[in-house]
Design a protein around this ligand. Structure first.
Ligand code: ATP
Length: 763
């Protein structure tokens, strides 16, 4: 409990002086780190400092080291780059530079340093810490500081945070900035795609990643690219040219009008010879006579607004970095704040750096399988999903004839980003294995009333990974519309497996079908749901498809209204967020937009809460009198209370504000479905859909069908994909009447929203 920890730190008289700096190449989310560190350090009773311009500022000292106040980081969540600057600093590589840095830190009274950067920055930080006692001794010996001062600073706390767009650090699944960069890449490739189709062109797109193909693989999967080159799994020398040309020719024969090839800047062949975008272009022109262009995305990939995931990651990790600094002792090795399987973790910093260097060494030694192993566990899965859903395999990859299935795919519930991407991947993988993919149009009612079921081809679904909504149509109807007729239709169309993509109704539909197996043999087939809903309220998974897209939509909307509120100086927006009876979007949305209050269905709304929140608003506006950036945001889930509606809350605030500030409502409504799905939702969709088809294959081969273990929720749990029988999920993990999971993992973020808004109470 953070409040208790804070109280005990204060009681023990601990007042650390914690400095934060950003170093190396910038990455989106670094400002969110600085904001979280500054505010949370102040909350924990510490003094917070920022070191400007990375190690350069540390070496120069003076005005480059500044104490930060709560309000100094207002609005920083939404800013790209790093507002405290970063630089490459030669002086810090020398002991003399580090000696000056030590003197400057001591002069400012700082005893803890939180460094956000890449492996170089973290190596420098660890070296600084290991040398620290000798640096302090030298300062004492040369009388640059007194013995008393030296005694106070014998120990320096270092905590590392990984800010890097490449996602190239071992020991953590994701680095801060990687997903924002992926957003920039996918936006660009989506735009290139439309012009490529118009002119029937080929584009070779070079993306960043010297030793790491994460951006390239995820971008290829999310945009449906035709070929990808990465350093960890190099193209085979002498063979890749034929492989690529054959694949592209096959796609063109199937009717594709565009060809997109993604190449990581560090792409090599198996003899370590670099493969450049120009090499690929020349080949496509010479051999296939394709009108080919090269686009090097360059610094566009570093820029822009941090995406929802990066803001969340940066905030959670920034907070944990402060906790880690406060828990540090001279004996503990410097920690690096990681995320593993959706959990914030502390890992030994130098071990992580060593492992990271091992990737480059493994590639250098041509131990490519080892290089892949050193990457995060999802990386290989994503590459596998790209191969399985892109390349048109020959019949040698088909399953034996008697194991081929007619796999029906249906969408149930409201549209959510990634539904189409999941369908595309399922269709493609089915075709690559010799199965027949069938789309059911317009949900169960469409199927029952209009027999709307048809086969889908490889080309039919080609563009679906980037499209929002539902290409095959979706609605909330469940099979209990007419269970007997549903069973009859299953028999009529010889359905061997069923993939349902959707939200809570989809979950209900699967449960109904599973329960009806006793009466209807037609349902004794493998069945699965891939959860897809912006509400993220399906039990059996930590994330549903669409919830990341929705968070990004809510974030963009809230950034805009917050800006408007700031421009009007003294205004509060009460924003109504969807999510059914799940407060996921409201809670994480509140965290990533810097909301001053959130109201969720789980916690409800009481008069006490409103009174405390309005008091807090009054205090904030009073404190910020005369300052520019005084826009405030409250997020209220649509079902948080039937009495305290969005309008009522805005009215109460207006009444209580006595014209010192105003309140407005804002309802983004269906905008929250988010248009085109986010890259994360697209990639997750492909990964889960391919695993769904593999699950059907193994369930069928194992003779499952009547067994409850063959009707599953395909979930993301930690870094893995889980297959949980719907019956078990319903019994153990669901609050059925409330249409949400029990014990949702994100609930503790509510307290953090309050803390980072400057509220000391907890709801
Ligand atoms: P990116 O991933 O963007 O390359 P990075 O943190 O790895 O980020 P570097 O340029 O390698 O970027 O390092 C940033 C700074 O960290 C350097 O300019 C230097 O000041 C310091 N630094 C890096 N390596 C060391 C080292 N071995 N010893 C001391 N300082 C170092």
């Amino acid at each position: 409990n953070r409040a208790a920890a804070t109280a005990s730190a204060k009681a023990a008289g601990i007042k650390k002086k914690i400095a934060v700096m950003t170093s190396g190449g910038d990455s989106p989310g670094m400002n969110a780190v600085v904001r979280a560190v500054v505010r949370y350090a102040i909350h924990r009773g510490c003094d917070a400092f920022a070191i400007y311009e990375g190690y350069e500022g540390l070496v120069q000292g003076g005005d480059m080291i500044r104490q930060m106040q709560w309000g100094d980081v207002r609005g920083w969540l939404a800013e790209g780059g790093t507002l405290i600057g970063t630089a490459r600093c030669m002086a810090f590589r020398e002991r003399a530079g580090r000696l000056r840095a030590a003197k400057n830190l001591i002069a400012a009274g700082i005893d803890s340093l939180i460094v956000c950067g890449g492996d170089g920055s973290l190596t420098g930080a660890d070296l600084f810490r290991s040398e620290w006692p000798s640096l302090v001794q030298e300062l004492e010996d040369t009388q640059a500081i007194t013995k008393e001062t030296a005694d106070l600073y014998r120990h320096l706390t270092i905590v590392g945070l990984v800010g890097s767009i490449d996602n190239d650090m071992s020991s953590t699944d994701v680095t801060i900035g990687a997903f924002s960069s992926l957003h920039r890449i996918c936006e660009s490739v989506d735009s290139i795609s439309s012009t490529a189709i118009s002119h029937s062109r080929a584009f070779v797109v070079e993306v960043m990643g010297r030793h790491c193909g994460w951006l390239a693989v995820l971008a290829a999967l999310a945009t449906g690219a035709d070929f990808v080159f990465i350093p960890e799994k190099p193209a085979e020398v002498g063979k890749w040219q034929d492989e690529m040309c054959n694949a592209l020719q096959t796609f063109r024969r199937l009717g594709k009008r565009k060809s997109i090839i993604i190449v990581a800047e560090g792409a090599i062949d198996s003899e370590l010879k670099p493969i450049s975008a120009e090499d690929i272009k020349n080949l496509l022109v010479d051999r296939l006579h394709l009108d080919t262009r090269v686009t090097t995305l360059g610094h566009v990939q570093r820029g822009g607004v941090p995406c929802a995931y990066d803001r969340m990651l940066a905030t959670l990790q920034g907070v944990d970095a402060v906790d880690a600094a406060l828990a540090s002792t001279p004996e503990t090795p410097s920690p690096m704040i990681a995320i593993n399987g959706n959990k914030i973790n502390r890992k030994p910093l130098m071990e992580a750096v060593k492992l990271t260097h091992q990737v480059a060494e493994a590639i250098e030694a041509k131990k490519f399988a080892h290089a892949m192993e050193l990457r995060d566990p999802e990386f290989a899965d994503y590459l596998d999903a790209w191969v399985g859903t892109t390349l048109v395999e020959d019949e040698t990859h088909f399953v034996p004839k008697d194991q081929r299935m007619r796999v029906a795919i249906i969408h149930v519930g409201a549209p959510a980003g990634g539904m189409n991407a999941a369908t595309r991947a399922a269709v493609r993988y089915c075709l690559n294995r010799g199965h027949t993919p069938l789309a059911i149009d317009n949900g169960f009612s469409g199927f029952l009333r209009h027999d709307s079921i048809h086969e889908l081809s490889w080309l039919d679904v080609d563009e679906w990974c980037i499209r929002g909504g539902s290409e095959i149509g979706t609605n909330r109807d469940t099979p209990d519309l007419d269970m007997g007729l549903t069973a009859f239709k299953f028999q009529q169309y010889q359905i061997d497996a069923l993939l349902i993509v959707g939200g809570f109704e989809a979950f209900t539909a699967l449960s109904q079908l599973e329960q009806a197996r006793a009466n209807y043999p037609a349902f004794r087939i493998p069945m699965a749901i891939i959860p897809a809903t912006i509400s993220n309220n399906v039990p059996g998974t930590e994330f549903s498809l669409g919830c990341d897209t929705s968070l990004n939509a809510v974030m963009t909307y809230c950034d805009a209204i917050k800006q408007s509120a700031s421009a009007s100086r003294r205004r509060v927006f009460v924003c109504e967020v969807q999510g059914g009876r799940s407060g996921y979007v409201t809670t994480v949305g509140g965290l990533i937009t810097g909301a001053s209050s959130i109201y969720t269905p789980e916690d409800g709304i009481s008069l006490d809460m409103l009174r405390r929140d309005i008091d807090h608003l009054k205090q904030s506006f009073a404190l910020e009198a005369g300052r520019n950036r005084a826009g405030k945001l409250i997020l209220r889930n649509e079902t948080a209370s039937s009495v305290y509606t969005t309008e009522v809350i805005a009215n109460i605030i207006r009444e209580e504000a006595h014209q010192r500030f105003s309140a407005r409502t804002a309802v983004p409504g269906h905008v929250q479905q988010g248009g085109n799905p986010s890259p994360m939702d697209r990639a997750r969709a492909a990964r889960l859909a391919m695993r769904a088809i593999r699950f059907f294959e193994s369930a069928r081969n194992n003779g499952l069908g009547a067994d409850s273990s063959s009707a599953v929720v395909i979930g993301i749990r930690g870094a893995g994909v889980s297959f949980s029988p719907v019956e078990e999920v319903e019994n153990n993990e669901a609050e059925i009447e409330l249409r949400r999971p029990k014990n949702a993992w994100w609930r503790s973020m509510h307290e953090l929203v309050n803390v980072l808004a400057g509220k000391t109470f907890s709801d």
